[in-house]
Design a protein around this ligand. Structure first.
Ligand code: AMP
Length: 525
């Protein structure tokens, strides 16, 4: 794979290949396997995919391949619903096009239009923008789209929901359609999007990720939701009794970074990925097999085909890109009738991908709370007791007797021993799990955040409908939901601060009692 620029079975130019290798990608994700060859051929593609599946690179890689570095014109235009996504996509495309020196630029409202005009004048080859601001530039004639060969609609259903459909049509009409390639990505296919595709796309190929039935062995499956996955992982490692453990990361770079962070925190970990030589791999594997290494951090590719006995835990440090990969990963534990445990770490915005995996695999992944500081201290005390017992039994501490005898002149032996242990425990890292306080209070009870829902009495919504829907969709206990005020056209509901992002993510584009709703954080009272 290294020398001929083959990404899986996809032939790429050296510059693009090297750039994605630098990003740590080892092989294409399922959506990429299907999409990249079609886009390279210049065909129109509709991709049904969620965030987390690798959809950005699915269009980004072939687009960067096809762009001519010599021309300073805008050759590809990506439309995204939000500025965050525009920035994120622009950064990912810039990385893929880095060695080809392709310039990308995000364009969104709220940023100085003059600055954007200057950047555009300077010459960029890929523009990623929100529809409103792009239209602004088109009308002012500060952006030239005559040379755009590929148009990408990213998260088309979101753009529809945000009321951008007319803007999108206007943008599409203001650019050359002759020979234009159009790509459309959307998690769902509402009617308006399907008809947009029919009207503006040329015999599009539709790609969906296969949902074949997958079976999981009997493994206890849990997930942790946190914004700080490293901190979360370390606290779990501190309290869980584990034997051999494999941690999966999405990229080679991710593996290297996690191994370095774990080392810095004193854990015995080593990494396995495609960049290692055979002898390096063998060395790591031997240590792991022999039990001299507790934690193996690996990419999916590196772990494929490894047959290791006695793995007690599998950790998905990055959520798998599809359900098949989830099943492969967790199937590394629970072998030969032994009990296995799988932990998946997610960021709040990845909750939907987790739920999709759960549904496709027909399994139950149970939410687990991260250990608290008190749990960690309790666990450390247990460890101290065990080590102390071992030390007493080994009886090799005579050199310390004089200190104790000296102190015994003034203090009680029990106090001396307890103080020594305190000193010892303070040598352990101090850990707390105080999550970032991101949400400012908006008129809710302490620890709660008030949400606004754009439906109310007029839609026959009752408090129990709100509780039932939020509790079941976000997988939180109904009694954790706070005050609910239902008005004619809208509703306020309080939810615990630590689940607010999840509630927002699952309730977005969702419905209550069949009525389609929008949920956002309520403005201050
Ligand atoms: P997306 O679905 O585009 O939001 O991508 C989710 C994450 O997966 C991003 O951090 C990408 O950089 C990463 N990613 C995309 N393709 C691959 C791949 N083939 N191998 C590893 N990571 C990838």
């Amino acid at each position: 794979m290294k020398d001929n620029g083959l990404f899986g079975s996809i032939q790429l130019s050296r510059k693009v290949y090297n750039a994605i290798a630098e990003m740590g990608f080892e092989e294409p994700s399922p959506i990429q396997i299907q999409t990249i060859p079609l886009v390279l051929e210049g065909l129109d593609v509709i991709g049904q995919a969620q965030t987390g599946t690798g959809k950005t690179a699915a269009f980004g890689i072939p687009i960067m391949e096809r762009i001519s570095a010599d021309s300073r014109h805008i050759q590809a235009l990506v439309l995204t619903p939000t500025r965050e996504l525009a920035i994120q996509v622009s950064e990912e495309l810039a990385k893929i096009g880095k060695l080809k020196r392709i310039k990308t630029c995000p364009i969104y409202g709220g940023q100085s239009i003059d600055r954007q005009i200057n950047t555009l004048r300077f010459g960029v080859q890929v523009v990623i923008g929100t529809p409103g601001r792009l239209l602004d530039h088109i009308r002012r004639k500060t952006i030239k789209l005559d040379h755009v060969k590929t148009l990408i609609l990213d998260e088309a259903d979101e753009m529809l929901d945000m009321g951008f459909i007319e803007d999108i049509e206007e943008i599409m009409q203001s650019m050359p359609s002759e020979g234009r390639q159009t790509l459309l990505f959307s998690a769902t296919m509402p009617f308006a999007i399907a008809s947009l595709a029919r009207k503006y796309m040329n015999a599009p190929h539709t790609i969906t990720i296969s949902k074949e039935q997958l079976t999981v062995p009997l493994i206890d499956q849990f997930y942790y939701e946190t914004r700080d996955k490293l901190e979360g992982l370390c606290s779990v490692l501190d309290v869980e009794t584990t034997g051999k453990l494999i941690i999966f990361c999405r990229t080679k770079k991710g593996v290297d970074e996690l191994v370095a962070s774990l080392h810095a925190r004193g854990y015995m970990a080593d990494g396995l990925h495609g960049d290692l030589s055979q002898s390096q791999r063998d060395r790591v594997m031997k240590k792991f097999r022999d039990g001299k290494l507790e934690i193996l951090v690996a990419t999916d590719v590196a772990a494929r085909g490894l047959d290791i006995e006695d793995i007690t835990h599998v950790v998905n440090y990055d959520i798998p890109q599809d359900s098949e990969s989830y099943v492969h990963r967790i199937g590394r534990t629970g072998r030969a009738g032994k009990k296995g445990v799988a932990f998946t770490f997610i960021q709040p915005r990845e909750y939907r991908q987790l739920k999709l995996i759960e549904k496709q695999v027909k399994t139950r992944i149970i939410r687990k709370q991260l250990p608290t500081a008190a749990d960690i201290i309790d666990r450390q005390r247990e460890t101290i007791k065990t080590r102390l017992t071992q030390t007493i039994e080994q009886n090799k501490f005579a050199g310390y007797h004089t200190i104790v005898t000296d102190l015994m002149a003034d203090y009680d032996v029990l106090d001396i021993a307890a103080a020594a242990l305190k000193l010892y425990q303070e040598g352990f890292k101090e850990k707390t799990n105080d999550h970032d306080q991101v949400f400012t209070n908006n008129g809710s009870q302490p620890g709660m955040v008030r949400l606004f829902i754009n439906a109310g009495r007029a839609q026959k919504i009752r408090p129990e409908d709100v509780v039932r829907t939020i509790a079941s969709e976000a997988d939180i206990p109904g009694n954790s939901i706070g005050v609910i005020n239902i008005y004619d056209k809208f509703t306020f509901v309080e939810v615990p601060e630590d689940v607010v992002e999840r509630v927002l993510s699952v309730m977005h584009r969702n419905s209550i009692k069949g009525c389609k709703i929008n949920v956002e954080i309520a403005r201050g009272k």
